[in-house]
Structure formats: C-alpha cells, structure tokens
Design a protein around this ligand. Structure first.
Ligand code: E4P
Length: 218
C-alpha cells in the first residue's frame, strides 16, 4: 500500500519524508489556503517546493470547473514537474478533462468521489487515481469503507488499472481497514500515519529491556 500525506505543509511533508515511508502528496485548495498559499506564482512555487521534498506523485488540484479551464490549468501544472498529478473534480467536464489527459499520458487524480458509480466513470475515463472520501462519508453516517470495498470489486471485475486512493482518511483504523480491503493508496494527515506507531506493549517492553540492560551496565 502506498502512503501519501494529505497536506500542503512543507514541514509535515518533510517530517513524513524523513520517516522513510512516504510515497507521495495530495493537496487541495483548502489545504493550500490553510498554509496561506495564494496567487498563481506562489502556488506554482509551492508545488515545486513539495516536489523537491518527496520522490513520488504530487496531486495539484485545478480550480476551474469548465473543460477548457481545467485543460489550461492542468497543462500549466504538469510543466512544473513530472511528479505532478492533475487533480480534477468528479463533475461532467472533469470526466472529459480526465479523458483528455489520460489520452496524452498525463496522470490524473479524480477527486470528490462519494459513490461507486462515480468511481466507475473515473476508471472509464482513464483516471490514474480515484479518490473516495471515506472520512467525509463517515461524517454523514455512511460507511466510507463499504465504498472502498465496492470500488475494489468493480475494478477487479473488469481489470481497471485506476488506483484506489482512499482519501479523507482520519485515523489508524481507516488506514488498516483500507489496507485489508485492498486500497492501492491512502492519503491522510501526518497524525494518522504516526498513530500506526503506537502500542502500549511496545512502550512497556522497551522500558523493561532498557531497565534490564541498565542493571548489568552500571
Ligand atoms: C483528498 O485528496 C483530499 O485532499 C482529502 O483527503 C480531504 O480530506 P478531509 O475530508 O479530511 O478534508
């Protein structure tokens, strides 16, 4: 399973990269705004800075909601680095734009996916990644993991190569469940990745090992 970090914070991306388990980054307009990144050149410079930290794919989201605008923006974004994946919302013009980019060998991430039907459409359009937002489904009392399971079944039935990028991941159980269900990638905050580390028996065991070592190494 690939681990992406879902943030525009260079500090957090560096921290995840230093841990040695990072495969890529996803951003969105809200995450960019949270870091105070606005203005065309600043946004582009920020994506370039992210690409310098991490080796893998970096999703950069278009703001346009019309086909021509998405194509224009996406073509500008991919000039920044060959790591850039054009992130496109699951709307009618978005599907057309995904088809346009996939025919030209440009990677895409179809975002804001909340149903298996949308995921099927994304795969048919040739998306590299599909991003079902499991946390936001959980927020409205709908089990996001069932969506991951459904998409996995559909993609396996027909051999679609679109990778399932479980998004809106909030905690370690989301990551584990997505791994069990066969999601190809998960994207979440650094806190969710780090929470995989925790087990009280590890802490207790390490304290005992160190105490025993100290007894005979005074
Ligand atoms: C996905 O690519 C989105 O950036 C993200 O996972 C949304 O997560 P949120 O629901 O925690 O905002």
């Amino acid at each position: 399973m690939k681990f992406f970090i879902d943030t525009a914070s260079l500090k957090e991306i560096q921290e995840a990269q230093d841990l040695g388990v990072l495969d890529g980054v996803t951003t969105n307009p809200s995450l960019m705004a949270k870091e105070g990144i606005g203005g065309d050149q600043n946004v582009k410079d920020h994506y370039k800075a992210i690409c310098k930290i991490v080796d893998g794919d970096v999703s950069a989201e278009v703001i346009s909601t019309d086909y021509e605008g998405m194509i224009r923006e996406g073509e500008e974004l991919v000039k920044l680095s060959d790591q850039i994946v054009v992130k496109i919302p699951m709307i009618r013009d978005g599907v057309k734009a995904i088809r346009y980019f996939s025919e030209r060998g440009i990677k895409t991430n179809c975002t804001l996916v909340f149903s298996a039907g949308q995921a099927l459409l994304a795969a048919k359009a040739g998306a590299t990644y599909v991003s079902p937002f499991i946390g936001r489904l959980d927020d409205v009392s709908t089990d996001g993991l069932i969506l991951i399971e459904d998409i996995r079944t559909i993609y396996d039935n027909y051999g679609y190569e679109t990778q399932i990028l479980a998004a809106s991941v909030r905690h370690s159980m989301h990551i584990l469940s997505c791994a069990k269900l066969g999601a190809d990638v998960m994207t979440g905050p650094l806190s969710a990745i780090l929470s995989l580390l925790n087990h009280p028996l590890t802490d207790i065991g390490l304290a005992k090992f160190l105490a025993d070592h100290a007894k005979v190494n005074k």
